[in-house]
Write a protein that binds this ligand. Structure first.
Ligand code: ASP
Length: 342
């Protein structure tokens, strides 16, 4: 049964910021002002209820504990709302969307993240359209079934799968891209859903997973990386996983010290090594070149076409489940929420 109600959760971000008169920088402000700025919300045929983080943040300060808080809010209100809209800073929105996609197991309702490049009080703001359409998407049902039972990012006329999205522009209103997966919906004169690209309503019962491991690092491989750099990283106390952003189709240097240190990391220290590409488009194909094959031969996980955001949060999620090394690798290398191509 639908409830005709949408819960809007305000976490912070430019959308609700104003200029601090002393410093001239943008800082988050009170959520009630934000709602007053959009009288058009009263025209929507859904009841919109709101909840705000006690201390709204610039999303650059987001931490896994905030994702757990969001998951707790959604869990608590899950049965009472048709969908959820999360207002969030754009800087780390793709990380939050990716994390939530894994933590909200068997999600059967829309969770739509949005924000804006200009504050809602700005004359040229992009916030209003983003909020209004996000609410419409979160409330779009066919009978009792939601059209988008997944975590999405709606920004500048496009709905993208959250765990496929990256922030691609700090300048344009069209700030997000989903390089390896087509949009789930497009807003024009009509709001058009591409149903064949949207995940089905899951069979299982919704479950909120409220743990994440923070003992993970991302290392962008670059010309000039030294033995000292890598050796420091693999010796970080407690490190459980290292995500390697490699070149092109999953390639990195073949110098013996590099492979030897990584072998030591995974075989002696039990650190999970993940291979993803620095390229925005395409997938790794580590068997293609010797420079990729060597990485594969020491047991690195194949990150295929995962974004860094999805790879990081997927590992945070899987490690927190305390599975065996083999089970983590198996789960990592297959799509759990449509985040990678098969
Ligand atoms: N720094 C801001 C944030 O991520 C940028 C934005 O909201 O677009 O919170």
């Amino acid at each position: 049964m639908t409830t005709n109600k949408i819960l809007m959760i305000y976490t912070g971000g430019t959308i609700g910021m104003h200029k601090d008169l002393k410093t001239g920088t943008l800082v988050p402000f009170d959520f009630s002002n934000l709602i007053n700025q959009i009288p058009e919300l009263q025209l929507i045929d859904k009841q919109i209820e709101t909840i705000s983080f006690k201390d709204p943040i610039d999303s650059s300060n987001i931490r896994p504990q905030h994702w757990i808080k969001l998951v707790e809010i959604i869990e608590k209100h899950y049965d009472y709302y048709d969908g959820f809209v999360i207002l969030h800073g754009s800087d780390t929105m793709a990380y939050t969307a990716s994390a939530l996609s894994f933590m909200l197991e068997n999600l059967g309702k829309p969770v739509i993240l949005t924000g804006s490049q200009l504050p809602i009080g700005d004359l040229r703001t992009d916030a209003k359209e983003n909020i209004i359409t996000s609410i419409q998407i979160a409330g779009s049902y066919e009978g009792d079934l939601p059209i988008v039972p997944e975590v999405g990012i709606y920004f500048e006329f496009k709905l993208l799968r959250g765990n496929r999205t990256i922030k691609a522009s700090s300048e344009h209103f069209n700030a997000f891209d989903s390089p390896n997966y087509l949009p789930l919906a497009q807003s024009g004169v009509n709001l058009k859903f591409f149903k064949e690209r949207i995940l089905p309503v899951p069979d299982g019962i919704f479950n909120a997973h409220k743990q994440l491991s923070e003992e993970i690092m991302v290392l962008k491989v670059h010309p000039g990386i030294t033995k000292t750099h890598l050796s420091y990283i693999i010796n970080i106390p407690g490190l459980k996983a290292l995500i390697l952003e490699t070149y092109g189709s999953g390639n990195a240097l073949t110098e013996p010290w590099f492979i030897d240190l990584l072998k030591q990391a995974t075989q002696e220290k039990g650190i999970h090594l993940i291979n993803i590409t620095q390229c925005q488009y395409g997938s790794i194909a580590p068997e293609k070149y010797e420079t990729g094959r060597q990485l594969m031969s020491i047991g690195t996980f194949n990150g295929k076409d995962l974004t860094t955001e999805a790879a990081l949060t997927k590992m945070m999620y899987l490690i927190s489940k305390k599975l065996s090394k083999k089970a983590i690798k198996k789960a990592f290398e297959r799509p759990l929420r449509g985040e990678m191509n098969v």
